[in-house]
Design a protein around this ligand. Structure first.
Ligand code: NAD
Ligand code: GLY
Length: 368
């Protein structure tokens, strides 16, 4: 991973051999011609977006792409996690096939993580693989989901269960798009920013604590560093373990509990970032009960998660429901759940824990 920064833009390289690509981070990138230069040549580009983001940004992206592609098509999908399904994915294939798009066609994912994950999966599958570009427009997708090549749709029995590892050819994080993001979505994104502190970089956690008011006020300088540092950490991890055979699992801190919240409540009731925020607290409590970190660390994390506008108390689904969902987590082995825990502040470890202890932590975390 290498990073360069100027006052207005940063470029981070994800180093994965022939699958390497840059992440561009800056304000106003959509309208800058250089953003779109040097992409794979093709006759057709397909912008995949949704009914919320499309009206805000699709025309501008289309204008920017027109000098490079003879045809720029757009498909507008329904909005939300509940539509991250096989049926919605098929709508992308319907357009690709209906418009006779060839195997050089470049897909552009314009939206948050839901659009990014589905577009990436469509790109991985269509004619056994076409290039795609991530244009993430939520904080969560700029700091996490657009980077690293995890693509998927949900199955009613589990989150992101059907998918592929498939890297984009470029990631374009235009910070200006974050100005139109609803406050609740900004908070959800902050959960994934906070995550990078306990697992890898406590100095970054110090910085987030100090800069939280600026981040919540959408100060572009603060947002720029939050996105850049998050992407640097993610690039470092993904560069070492692209397909999650070990290290990459640390990026799932809070996700094992979080996915159980999302699936247990029904996808879309809690936002992914909200579930991750609350899940991080459950994982931190479990880390404390296993003797890795002290109560002061748990309290510190809870204070920050609360200040970021995220829920602190888990939904009372019952410990058995959580455990049932967590047994189908992708990290589980032979039905044994494995958690990303904090071994010491700034360092994560993946390990199992007795069901009874996990159940106690869940019950404690779901009491108001
Ligand atoms: P999202 O894609 O649903 O976007 C959140 C909401 O904000 C949506 O209503 C969307 O239409 C709207 N929106 C997006 N950009 C906007 C903008 N600029 N202005 C106004 N509204 C805007 O949710 P998300 O939080 O971006 O992503 C969550 C998804 O990402 C989950 O499905 C999760 O599983 C996935 N994810 C994937 C990875 C990965 O590595 N692939 C990592 C983390 C999360
Ligand atoms: N968001 C977790 C990962 O990319 O591995």
């Amino acid at each position: 991973m290498t990073a360069t920064a100027t006052s207005s833009a940063a470029r981070i390289e994800i180093e994965l051999g022939e699958r390497s690509y840059p992440i561009l981070i800056g304000a106003g990138l959509i309208d800058q011609a250089s953003t779109w230069e040097g992409l794979p040549r093709a006759s057709t580009a397909l912008i995949v977006t949704n009914e919320v983001v499309g009206p805000l940004y699709a025309e501008r992206v289309k204008r920017a792409l027109q000098p490079h592609y003879a045809r720029v098509l757009t498909v507008v999908l329904p909005d939300g996690e509940s539509h991250k399904t096989w049926e919605t994915l098929n709508r992308i294939f319907d357009v690709l096939l209906g418009e006779a798009c060839d195997r050089k066609t470049v897909l552009f994912a314009l939206g948050g993580g839901v659009i990014g994950d589905m577009t990436g999966f469509a790109a991985a599958c269509y004619m056994r693989g076409v290039p795609f570009v991530q244009v993430p427009t939520t904080l969560l997708s700029q700091v996490d989901s657009s980077v690293g090549g995890k693509t998927a749709v949900n199955h009613p029995m589990g989150k992101n269960m059907i998918g592929a590892f498939y890297q984009p050819v470029r990631v374009v994080c235009d910070l200006d798009t974050l100005q139109t993001l609803p406050a609740r979505e900004l908070s959800a994104g902050l959960a994934e920013v906070i995550k990078y502190g306990p697992i890898h970089d406590m100095a970054f956690l110090d910085w987030i604590e100090a800069q939280l008011p600026a981040l919540m006020a959408r100060d572009v300088t603060a947002l720029s560093w939050a996105v850049q540092r998050s992407c640097e950490i993610k690039a470092e991890v993904v560069g070492q373990d692209e397909r999650e055979s070990g290290l990459r699992a640390i990026l799932n801190f809070g996700h094992t509990f979080g996915h159980a919240i999302e699936a247990g409540l029904g996808f879309g009731v809690w936002l992914h970032g909200e579930a991750v925020g609350c899940g991080m607290l459950m994982a931190a409590r479990l880390s404390q009960r296993l003797g890795h970190v002290d109560q002061a660390f748990v309290d510190r994390l809870a204070t920050l998660v609360g200040r970021a506008g995220l829920p602190l108390v888990g939904p009372a689904l019952g410990a058995s429901s959580y455990l049932e969902h967590m047994r189908v987590d992708k990290k589980a082995q032979n039905g044994d759940i494995r958690f990303v825990l904090i071994q010491q502040p700034g360092q994560a470890v993946v390990q199992g824990a007795p069901d009874a202890l996990v159940a106690e932590v869940i019950e404690q975390s779901c009491r108001a």
